[in-house]
Ligand binder design. Structure first.
Ligand code: ZN
Length: 195
């Protein structure tokens, strides 16, 4: 009987065993690699908004969150360091990084350690100006006409924040720090799938 049982079992065991299909590994989104530099990453803080409705507030919130995410990634540091700039006080990307982390803005209202700003909405439907600020102010004025998506708003805020750190584009737009910051945010927003 035992032999018979063994024989029956052996028949079943001889059935070719189909290998289990290997399940596709679930892709794990790469976590942002921390910046190799020790210490902090730049921190953007919106202190106050004026003339914002609920929709605007949500767009602003998403824009600031996106910026803070971008600034904490290695990709940002790589982009920043791989470019050359005009009107950069001769300090290049490393200097920009240092100023951003220190949050040392020109305005007397500035809180150190963060890139803080107040934002005011204005209505200028015929203007091509997206927004503006003054070097010694942390107030960013934004034209409602261009206040549409978190990505475009983030790009604009980043540009204006560079002005609050003292960076200008008097000699030409393209290679200046504020305009290259627009490009960096546009590129990384897409690359990091921030929506
Ligand atoms: Zn500008």
């Amino acid at each position: 009987m035992k032999k018979l049982w063994a024989w029956i079992k052996s028949i079943f065991h001889k059935q070719p065993v189909q290998p289990e299909p290997t399940p596709e590994p679930t892709p794990i989104p790469p976590a942002p690699t921390p910046i190799p530099m020790p210490g902090k990453v730049p921190l953007v803080v919106c202190k106050e908004s004026s003339w914002f409705n609920d929709f605007d507030k949500q767009v602003l919130k998403d824009a600031v969150a996106g910026l803070n995410h971008i600034f904490s990634t290695k990709q940002f540091q790589t982009e920043l360091m791989s470019r050359t700039y005009t009107e950069d006080f001769g300090e290049g990307g490393a200097g920009i990084w240092k100023r951003m982390v220190a949050g040392d803005q020109l305005s007397p209202e500035d809180d150190l350690g963060e890139l803080d700003f107040k934002i005011v909405m204005y209505n200028s439907p015929w203007s091509r100006v997206v927004g503006y600020t003054y070097l010694e102010s942390i107030v960013i004025n934004v034209n409602r006409k261009f206040f549409a998506t978190p990505s475009s708003v983030a790009s604009n805020i980043a540009h204006e924040l560079m002005h609050t750190l003292g960076y200008t584009h008097d000699d030409g737009f393209d290679d200046s720090v504020p305009y290259q910051m627009n490009e960096i945010i546009d590129v990384l927003w897409e690359q990091l799938n921030l929506g």
